[in-house]
Design a protein around this ligand. Sequence first.
Ligand code: MG
Length: 273
Amino acid sequence: MTELAFKRLQDGAYTGPMNRLVSVFVFVILLACSAQTNRPGYTDTPFLPGQKWRVHDADRPYPRVVSPGARRGDPPSDAIVLFDGKDLSKWRSPKWTVEDGATYPGPGAGPLISNEAFGDIQLHLEFATPSKIEGSSQDRGNSGVIIMGHYEIQVLDSWENPTYADGQAAAIYGQWPPLVNASRKPGEWQAYDIIFEAPKFDGDKVVKPAFVTVLHNGVLMHHRKEILGTVEHAKVAHYQPHPAEEPLMLQDHNTLTRFRNIWVRRLTDYDQP
Ligand code: MG
């Protein structure tokens, strides 16, 4: 039908000033229609199991466009930048110091807590434990990324620093050691890339536990690992029900471990705008 209408336009079926106006209007509408119906793909292929879409479905929504950062670790266009090295306006706890594009806790500062609450996220941050080695085991560069204020991915100087396995850098603290130790030397900047799925509760009941994927300096530490519950020291973790979204927290463990370039992306599902 579209082709026929185009042909009639080409053949001059619509003449005269008014008809010309109508023809332009029809042309624009047809163009819009053809743009919708001529999407590449198929309309007669089998349906994918468990999905409402066919294989190569022409009508399946296109993923939205996100511009990646210029360099590895830079925030993509849809990221919420929580700390860009300049100020802590996105956080509570003003006792953290900002210096040379990084932040660290002052004496007795307490945790750094984001103003915004999050559920499922992709999180990027960079940290550097102190160049001067002081203390050992858990007293060396200890901090932590405490997601939702409950689930700690350990930050520690784990360069030639023996400690219990489930407490070293990139551990799900007290639950799972990292798969490998990819720590850089004290004072060097390191990166965590974390994909976190928030737990779901129905009253006191855990409907779905939390899962986490962690890369440390680009190396896989945990692959969608189930989290046992709220972080504990020397106890078995269990879930403490909490809201669907909670702030992100950085631990103050009385060390001068610094953080920079902190951003998150809220995770959305397939086929969502
Ligand atoms: Mg810690």
